[in-house]
Design a protein around this ligand. Sequence first.
Ligand code: HEM
Length: 232
Amino acid sequence: MKWSEFFTSSVGKKFIMGLTGITLILFLVVHAGLNACIFATLLDENDHGEMFNKAAHFMGSNVIPRLLEIGLFLGIFLHIIQGLVLEFQNRSKRGISYKVNYGNRGSKWYSRSMGLLGTILLIFLILHWVQFWIPSRFTGMEEVTIDGKQVHDLFGLMKTTFEEPWVVLVYVLACISLAYHLLHGFQSAFRTLGLRSNRYLRIVKGLGIAFSILIPLVFALMPISMHFHWVG
Ligand code: HEM
């Protein structure tokens, strides 16, 4: 089979989904870890978001994270396109939608709703980029001086953004969608990339459940803590 045939076959498409999915899982670890610096204000009342602003400045001004960012956006783009293609192909094979509902007998509802959960996440991502990434990278935003250096006040931007209850609600709903998307996606990615041994599959399943709960929970706590002034 030629490479071009592989990438347009359904095995190839699933392979791309798995590979880009694992890249996005790694991104989520870095993103949640970096953003969790906002909780430093709980340990040090003089922090006022400095630790987070410094970490975000490092990521935004250093060459390596900026190059990785290009790879990340390519990964997100491929994941969305292939996900939508697979979803439409599966739907047309099944004859429009799930007319016969076998409930949980065949698979869990979230495994059958990956397209829907992914679409909710895509809508969230567009809002999220408009609120944070575009001001930070392109249109400009408030700055603060830390250690004599001017850096973007992303902490301040989070505080004002999460004053709005509807924004907090959208973020929490997106985190719930992320949890279910990962609950299927985490182990599915490893299976697609060739993990066959039952022993390792059991470990990956356990890790997947822990990851799918922990990461969205850490993310959801960010808008909630900002809204209720638990950090700041
Ligand atoms: C719920 C809490 C979240 C908060 C408070 C948050 C905050 C931020 C901030 C401040 C930025 C701008 C960073 C910068 O420009 O230096 C950003 C960028 C970004 N976020 Fe989030 N985020 C959250 C959740 C998520 C989730 C769940 C996803 C993915 C499903 C995500 C995906 C992204 C992406 C792709 C970028 C742009 C890429 C980058 O900065 O490297 N974020 N986020």
